[in-house]
Design a protein around this ligand. Structure first.
Ligand code: UDX
Length: 454
C-alpha cells in the first residue's frame, strides 16, 4: 500500500462529509463509511443530506470521478487506507456527559482491518482522556497504529471556507513524525485552494487567516477543542448577562460590546447578545466539559452558570415581550428562523424552535418559517406550531413577529408592507439585528435584547 494516498473517513455527518469533500477533491481517494442507509444513498447520488453552501458540487464531482467512494462496510475501506479519520457523532447522554459509544464502536470495528503503520485520527469532539483509552484498545489488540487527536473547528454554514482558511490545525499525539504526516496531508488541501473554491462555486473575499499548525500532546489536543467552544459559550452568556443589565437601564448592549470588544485582549467576536446559543456543538460541549470536570474532581462553576444563563434566554425574551404584546392567549405570532443560526438547515437545539414552543405553550397560535431548516426543525417543535412556506405568510394577521435566526432575507423584509398585514404591531428582534428607528418608522414597536431598555 502506497503511503497516505488513500483516506478512510468513518461517519458521514457534518464533519465527516466536509472532510471527505475537501480531501477527495485534493488528489486523495477517500472511502467514506456511513452506516445509515438513507445518508449513504444520498452521498452515492452525489448529494449532501444537509444544506451547506458549496459542499454539494464537491461531493457530486468526487463521487462521479470515484475519488469519493461511499460504503457502509469497514471491510471495504479500512485495509486500503493508511490514514483513517474518525468523525462519528458524540451526542450527549441525558445527564449531560458525552456518549462515546459510537467512538469506541468505530475504533473496535476499524481495529479488525487496520494495517500496520496506519494513523487513526480522531476528529470528533471527545472528553480529555478518551484518546488514551483508544490507544489501549489498539495496544491490547496488538495493532501497530498511531493515534492522533485532530479536533475539528469548522463552523456549520461556513464549512468549506473554514476548511480552506483556518486559524489553526491542531494535531496531538506521541510521535512527532506521525504528527508531521497528518500536517502534510492538510497542507495538500491548502495547495488545492483554488481548485476547491472553483468546484464549490463559492466566492470568498480575499482574507487574512493565520493558517497555523500546532503540535501538542494527545490530552492537550483533546482539551484544546472543548476549551475553545466552552470559552466562546462563556462569552455569549456573558454578553447576555450584560444585556439583562442594559435592559434595566438605558444602556445598549451593542454599544457596550463594541467598545469593550475593541480591546484586543477581549475581542468583539462571539459577544452578541440575543436568544443564546444552540446547535449540535456548543450545548453538548458545555455540558460535556462540566461533566468531565466533575469526573476529575473540578467544580466548573463558570460553565454551569454559562449553561444556566443560556437556558434562561428564550424564556427571558418571551416574558419580556409579553408585557408589550399583552399576553399570548389567542394571539397569532410569527417566528422567523428555525435553524440554530443562518447558513444551515440544522435545527438541533434551535433557539428559534424553543421560542416557538414556549409561545405555543403560552397559548399563542404560532406560524414558523425558515428558508432551509423547516424539515429538520419538525423534530424540535411541538405539534401545535404550524410551519409555513414564507415569511410573509407567517406574518399575515400576526400580533407579533419574533425574528430568531439571522437569515439575510429577514433583514431585507419590507417592514412597511408587512406591518400593514399584521393584526398587532410588535417586532421582537431576538438577535439585535434590526435598526430600531427603521422598525419604528414602519409603525412597529421594537423589542430587542439589551438595547436601550426597549
Ligand atoms: C461551533 C464552533 O464555532 C466551531 O469552531 C466548532 O467546530 C463547532 O461549534 P457552530 O456550532 O457551527 O460552530 O456555530 P457557531 O457559529 O459557533 O454558533 C453557535 C451558536 O452561538 C449559534 O446558535 C449562534 O447563533 C450563537 N451565537 C454566536 C450567539 O448567540 N452570539 C454570538 O455572538 C455568536
Amino acid at each position: 500500500m502506497k503511503q497516505d494516498t488513500n483516506i478512510a473517513i468513518i461517519g458521514g455527518g457534518y464533519v465527516g462529509l466536509s472532510t471527505a469533500a475537501a480531501f477527495s477533491n485534493a488528489g486523495y481517494t477517500v472511502y467514506l463509511i456511513e452506516p445509515n442507509k438513507e445518508r449513504l444513498n444520498t452521498v452515492k447520488a452525489g448529494k449532501c443530506f444537509f444544506y451547506e453552501e458549496g459542499i454539494e458540487p464537491l461531493i457530486e464531482k468526487a463521487v462521479k470521478e470515484k475519488t469519493l467512494i461511499p460504503t457502509d462496510k469497514y471491510s471495504e475501506a479500512i485495509d486500503k487506507c493508511s490514514i483513517i479519520f474518525s468523525c462519528v457523532g458524540t451526542p450527549d447522554n441525558p445527564d449531560g456527559s458525552s456518549n462515546l459509544s459510537f467512538i469506541f464502536a468505530a475504533a473496535n470495528e476499524a481495529a479488525e482491518y487496520l494495517q500496520p503503520g496506519a494513523i487513526y485520527i480522531q476528529k470528533s469532539t471527545v472528553p480529555v482522556g478518551t484518546g488514551k483509552k483508544i490507544e489501549s484498545i489498539f495496544t491490547e489488540k496488538k495493532i501497530d497504529v498511531a493515534y492522533v487527536s485532530n479536533p475539528e473547528f469548522l463552523r456549520e454554514g461556513t464549512a468549506v471556507e473554514d476548511t480552506l482558511f483556518f486559524d489553526r490545525i491542531v494535531v496531538g499525539g506521541k510521535d512527532s513524525s506521525v504528527l508531521d504526516r497528518v500536517i502534510a496531508i492538510h497542507k495538500v488541501i491548502q495547495e488545492h485552494h483554488k481548485t476547491l473554491l472553483d468546484i464549490s462555486g463559492i466566492t470568498i473575499p480575499k482574507k487574512n487567516y493565520a493558517g497555523k499548525y500546532i503540535k501538542a500532546n494527545l490530552s492537550s489536543a483533546e482539551l484544546i477543542k472543548v476549551t475553545a467552544n466552552a470559552f466562546l459559550a462563556v462569552k455569549i452568556s456573558f454578553a447576555n448577562s450584560i444585556a439583562k443589565i442594559a435592559d434595566q437601564t438605558d444602556a445598549s448592549v451593542i454599544e457596550v460590546m463594541d467598545a469593550v470588544g475593541a480591546d484586543p485582549r477581549i475581542g468583539r467576536a462571539f459577544f452578541n447578545a440575543g436568544r443564546g446559543f444552540g446547535g449540535g456543538c456548543f450545548p453538548k460541549d458545555v455540558s460535556g466539559i462540566i461533566f468531565s470536570a466533575d469526573e476529575h474532581g473540578v467544580d466548573f462553576g463558570i460553565m454551569k452558570a454559562t449553561e444556566a444563563i443560556n437556558d434562561s434566554m428564550a424564556n427571558y425574551i418571551v416574558e419580556k415581550a409579553q408585557k408589550t404584546i399583552g399576553g399570548y392567549k389567542n394571539k397569532k405570532v410569527a417566528v422567523l428562523g428555525l435553524a440554530f443560526k443562518a447558513g444551515t438547515s440544522d435545527a438541533r437545539r434551535s433557539p428559534g424552535a424553543k421560542i416557538a414552543n414556549l409561545l405555543s405553550s403560552a397559548g399563542a397560535q404560532v406560524s414558523a418559517y425558515d428558508p432551509k431548516a423547516a424539515e429538520e426543525a419538525k423534530e424540535e417543535l411541538n405539534n401545535k406550531v404550524e410551519i409555513v412556506t414564507s415569511a410573509e405568510e407567517a406574518i399575515k394577521n400576526s400580533d407579533a413577529i419574533f425574528v430568531t435566526t439571522e437569515w439575510p432575507e429577514f433583514l431585507e423584509l419590507d417592514l412597511n408592507e408587512n406591518a400593514k398585514n399584521m393584526s398587532g404591531d410588535t417586532l421582537v428582534d431576538c438577535l439585535n439585528l434590526f435598526d430600531i428607528s427603521a422598525v419604528q418608522k414602519a409603525g412597529l414597536q421594537y423589542i430587542g435584547v439589551g438595547r436601550n431598555g426597549v
